[in-house]
Design a protein. Sequence first.
Length: 186
Amino acid sequence: MIKLTVIMITLLITVIASASTGGEHEGVPTALIWHQAFNVTILFLGLFWFLRHPVRAHFSQRRAAFTEAASKAAESRKVAEEEKSHIEGKLAHLEATTQESLSRARAEAADLKNSILKEAHELALRIKADSEMMIKVEMQKAKNGIREEIIKESVKLTRSQIADTVTGDDHDRLQKRFVDELQVVQ
């Protein structure tokens, strides 16, 4: 506030000094020029006196802020370059191991294919053996069924032939013979 008052008083003094010249216009007004030069010098000295510390502080703060921003930018750039080199290293490693990864994947696929084929072959052999066993069992069942039919038919046929050819006397004689053979066996 005091600085503003001093500046206002200085300006008023310069106005009063220029008004005191009286308005003469003869020749070069050297007195007026000296008064104005003196006033401007006083003005600049006052401005310098009152503004030197705030201006210096302002520019010091700007310089510190700029220096801090520049150091942060340099640090950020350094971090970014490190990240870039790290990523480039990873990328180079991936590119270098691409063929190895592909060949490993192909080998694993071939191994998987071979194991699947082996399992399928073993399963086919097992299915074949099971079906051959089932065929033998079914054939045996069919043979046994046919035998039983043949036996039933032959017994039936034999009974009818015996019934037709064997008389009651033959029947009694056969029964007696059967009983005698049973007693001999005991």
